[in-house]
Design a protein around this ligand. Structure first.
Ligand SMILES: Nc1ncnc2c1ncn2[C@@H]1O[C@H](COP(=O)(O)OP(=O)(O)OP(=O)(O)O)[C@@H](O)[C@H]1O
Ligand SMILES: O=C(O)c1ccc[n+]([C@@H]2O[C@H](COP(=O)([O-])O)[C@@H](O)[C@H]2O)c1
Length: 210
């Protein structure tokens, strides 16, 4: 089973890293692929180049062999300059792994907007979706499309795709937006993201202005 964790990673932080590691253990995954987004369809272009966001990601996961970086969204953008739709990413992963269970992890905030994603129903043709929730999270009433797909952690290995699962993880109250603000205010972002990434940000003078 392979985990997929997409994000802008502008910059990557311990909120992303802790939850990626935790779901790897909870679901017994062979690996979790962190997939940096090249051209986010749903938000402004990141302030930092794709290459730099990728370099920060590489520094962040160096000591965690179960976490991998997958650059297919960046590679696709280099070739076609198209928006980085998740459905295209999952379709290409499915080609590479025809029978493997693929688990797409998204935050509960992202789940609220899932029906706005490009061809969102097709996501379930290629992968299971796991919504990472925080303690106290109360699920909204689900419509029939989602209800029919609900499954527990142990059921996901039985199919390659198509299920919806809610899983509580430790969600550190960290966001890339807050980190960018802290740096722009010349404050210290220590303990919110790996030191090697902080060092990189300093060296390249990133996020110094808003
Ligand atoms: N603190 C966190 N804990 C767990 N998951 C997180 C956390 N922050 C972001 N995520 C999840 O990681 C994925 C990628 O998030 P993203 O790269 O946009 O980070 P972000 O911190 O939310 O960035 P920004 O503040 O720029 O929007 C999303 O699915 C998001 O829900
Ligand atoms: O495919 C889409 O239409 C789509 C719309 C919104 C978000 N996504 C993906 O969801 C992941 C997390 O998004 P975000 O905004 O929380 O960084 C990231 O990989 C995005 O590319 C994808």
């Amino acid at each position: 089973m392979i985990g997929i964790f997409g994000g802008t990673f502008d910059p990557v932080h311990y909120g992303h890293l802790r939850s990626a590691l935790e779901v790897k253990d909870i679901f017994g995954l062979d690996e979790v692929r962190l997939i940096p987004c090249a051209n986010p369809p749903h938000r402004e272009q990141p302030t930092v180049t794709a290459e730099m966001r990728l370099q920060m990601l590489e520094l962040a996961i160096k000591t965690q062999p179960g976490l991998k970086i997958d650059t297919r969204e960046l590679d696709r953008y280099d070739l076609h300059q198209v928006p980085s739709y998740m459905v295209d990413t999952l379709a290409s992963l499915r080609q590479e792994f025809p029978t493997e269970s693929l688990l797409l992890f998204i935050g509960s905030d992202a789940f609220k907007h899932l029906t706005g994603w490009h061809q969102w129903q097709r996501l379930f043709d290629y992968a299971h979706i796991v919504v990472m929730t925080r303690p106290g999270f109360e699920r909204q009433q689900l419509d029939d499309f989602f209800k029919a797909r609900l499954a527990g952690v142990n059921e996901l290995a039985q199919a390659a795709a198509g299920k919806l699962c809610f899983q509580q993880v430790t969600q550190l109250d960290i966001s890339a937006t807050a980190i960018r603000d802290i740096i722009a205010r010349k404050q210290n972002p220590g303990f919110l993201l790996p030191d090697a990434v902080i060092e990189y940000i300093k060296q390249h003078k990133l996020y110094e202005t808003r």
